[in-house]
Design a protein around this ligand. Structure first.
Ligand SMILES: Nc1nc2c(ncn2[C@@H]2O[C@H](COP(=O)(O)OP(=O)(O)OP(=O)(O)O)[C@@H](O)[C@H]2O)c(=O)[nH]1
Length: 428
């Protein structure tokens, strides 16, 4: 990354919660208007992966796993993520359970739904382009990375919403790879999935899926996302108001139907696509798929049924996996802490008699626990001590050698001073 030297660090804002952002009714289904004629095909654009760091505070599990259900909307550019987020918001409003909404797209202009936490309030996407000398996609990746460094704050806010919100909706950038394949995407999904029932919605556009090659590419992508995110996935076939979705439903459930559609096209990639479809049969059995329209609200009941099923799957299959992951991370950070403590004790010992600073030297009055800085059962400290001892021994050995060398050279110069022509037989 070409960073301007004088601006290596960029200030990022605080996480701001927009408490006034409540659905107002403008999101009612009849007001959700998307233009059929505006529907472009699916695209992907490249972006490089970058690294991000995150506080480990998100691991602090408060033991309450009662929600809210987190729904993450991902999908290719223009598949309808934002329109569907708007539609889901309206539907939840209608059901009397308004969602809490988070926008993770730093480059979006004006989301058509009320946003409670907006990445644009934290990171200025245009400034990122300027400071890091990046193009639009690189700046989206970097903005998300910067935001992910503060994601523990978002997690804490979501924890507080358990009593007031049943759902959290998260809209992601149009460039799907920015979220799915970046370090920050992993940090965000792992942090959420560790604490809340989390479901991934893969939005795909039925209009572009008419082509069997595009369809199978989309399904392969969805499959890779299932393995990458380790979260329940719902393939959501959007825009069914614009095209009869029967073909897609058939292709998912019946390999022969897909294969004959493929053969009729006689494309050179047909054989590969056919093999892929065969391989994906197992995947189709594992994932939920629903047909919806963000435009007219078709399929919303199916959508929420699929979400409920996925939440059950999360509880039984995915949560145990995440609990193991958290345990491993905790153990790692505990080990690190222990090492740091060992180092601190060593420094204290080096600086003076720290034991004498305790009320009862070496003993805690309340618990009777030994607080002495020495004789601790700390393997890392023992190792370090052994190294120090070895160094000391090496040091004294070289001191003996030096002494011997000095003694001999003194003797040699004395001999020369007395006019002796004899040279020393050996030098140290
Ligand atoms: N006919 C029809 N068009 C839709 C539907 N949903 C979205 N669209 C149209 O598809 C286009 C893209 O919709 P968005 O909701 O902006 O898609 P997106 O995936 O959020 O787009 P990016 O964030 O830019 O990737 C818009 O022109 C919408 O009007 C739908 O259900 N039916």
């Amino acid at each position: 990354m070409d960073v301007k030297p004088e601006q290596e660090k960029m200030d990022i804002g605080e996480i701001v919660e927009n408490v006034d952002a409540k659905p107002t009714g403008t999101e009612s289904p009849e007001n959700v208007k998307v233009k059929v004629e505006d529907t472009p095909g699916s695209n992907t654009s490249g972006a490089s992966a970058a690294t991000a760091s995150s506080s480990e505070e998100w691991m602090e599990d408060d033991g309450d796993h009662n929600g809210p259900i987190v729904i993450i909307m991902v999908g290719m550019a223009a598949s309808g993520k934002t329109s569907l987020t708007q539609r889901i918001t309206s539907e939840l409003m209608r059901r009397g359970t308004p969602p809490y909404i988070i926008n993770l797209d730093p480059a979006c202009l004006d989301p058509p739904y009320p946003v409670n936490i907006d990445i644009r309030d934290v990171v200025k996407y245009k400034k990122v382009m300027e400071v890091y000398n990046l193009g639009p996609n690189g700046a989206i990746v970097t903005s998300l990375n910067l935001f992910s460094t503060k994601f523990d704050e978002v997690i804490n806010i979501i924890k507080q919403k358990r009593k007031t919100h049943q759902y959290v909706l998260i809209d992601t950038p149009g460039q799907i790879e920015v979220f799915m394949w970046s370090a920050s995407g992993s940090i965000i999904t792992e942090s959420l999935a560790a604490l809340f029932p989390t479901v991934m919605i893969y939005v795909t556009d039925l209009i572009s899926n008419v082509n069997p090659i595009t369809f199978i590419s989309n399904m392969t992508y969805a499959c890779s996302m299932l393995y990458k995110s380790k979260l329940p996935l719902i393939v959501t076939l959007n825009k069914c108001d614009a095209i009869d979705p029967t073909f897609a439903k058939e292709w998912i459930t019946d390999f022969d139907a897909f294969d004959s559609a493929l053969q009729s096209r006689e494309e050179y990639t047909s054989n590969l696509a056919s093999s892929l479809a065969l391989g994906l049969e197992e995947f189709y059995n594992k994932i939920e798929h629903v047909v919806v329209s963000a435009y007219d609200g078709f399929g919303m009941d199916d959508f929420f049924n699929a979400v409920q099923k996925s939440v059950k799957e999360y509880e039984t299959v995915f949560r145990p996996m995440y609990e193991k992951l958290i345990q491993e991370k905790k153990e790692k950070s505990l080990k690190k802490q222990k090492q740091q403590l060992g180092k601190l004790k060593k420094d204290l010992r080096a600086d003076g008699d720290a034991d004498s600073c305790f009320v009862v030297p070496g003993r805690d009055a309340g618990t009777g626990m030994t607080l002495r800085l020495d004789n601790e059962d700390d393997s890392s400290t023992d190792d370090e001590d052994a190294n120090v001892k070895e160094e000391n021994e090496e040091e004294s050995f070289s001191q003996v050698l030096n002494k011997e060398a000095n003694r001999r050279s003194e003797k040699y110069s004395d001999d020369q001073g007395q006019g002796s022509s004899g040279a020393p037989s050996s030098k140290t």
